[in-house]
Ligand binder design. Sequence first.
Ligand code: MG
Length: 259
Amino acid sequence: MITIKKPDHFARMAKAGEAVAAVHRAVRRAAKPGVTTRHLDDVAAAVLRDHGCIPSFLHYHGFPAHICTSPNDVIVHGIPNDRPLQDGDVLSIDAGAIFDRYHADAAITFGVGEISAEVQTLIDATEEAMWAGIKAVAPGARIGDIGAAVQAVGDRHGYGIVQEYVGHGIGLNMHEKPNVPNFGKAGSGMKLREGMAICIEPMFNLGTHETFVEDDEWTVKTADGSLSAHWEHTVALTEEGVKVLTAQPELRADLWGSD
Ligand code: MG
């Protein structure tokens, strides 16, 4: 269901969002060739603890870790493991936090060591698509406006736009209605209104949009082995306007004006 939030609910989600942003900073700093994603999971666990947050992902439908670490052809839901990162890996980190029962959820993608210009463009375009989707958020706008804005960026580059996995509402649960697809028609779908919070999370592939799930029943990969990128923010329609609750602090000031 969709939970309509009051200012104190959003304040709690903002606390969770700060923790998620801190996880991303710490994990990105720690991710180097030779480091394992299991170590990155430990780094994330400590940051969440320091922020007084509970991890959203740990034990979620049995998920065994604090964050999802999705390298190369893994699109989403990769499980941290003992494989050392290698120079040239493209790594997505998805993290969720709960503060006083309210969730925030976000993902970043970056290169480990040196990556090709082609892969950097994939990463940058996926982030650009996320921001295009965020810019479409306003009271009275529709879910399809977001999908259309995201899709336009992916189509311009000819990327495979993942369809089976989509953005979502968020609040007392990590995944709430409505679904927020990364494709769609402007002017279609549910109307957004104050009190809603949603996660916008494009997943773009260098090759096909088609996916498959590994035997571990979590790891989602591109069907053709092509590289994939994933970006996500939690966005709130508050009485003070649209706020990106998981943005890095410098960006938050930029988006809202410093206060
Ligand atoms: Mg999400």
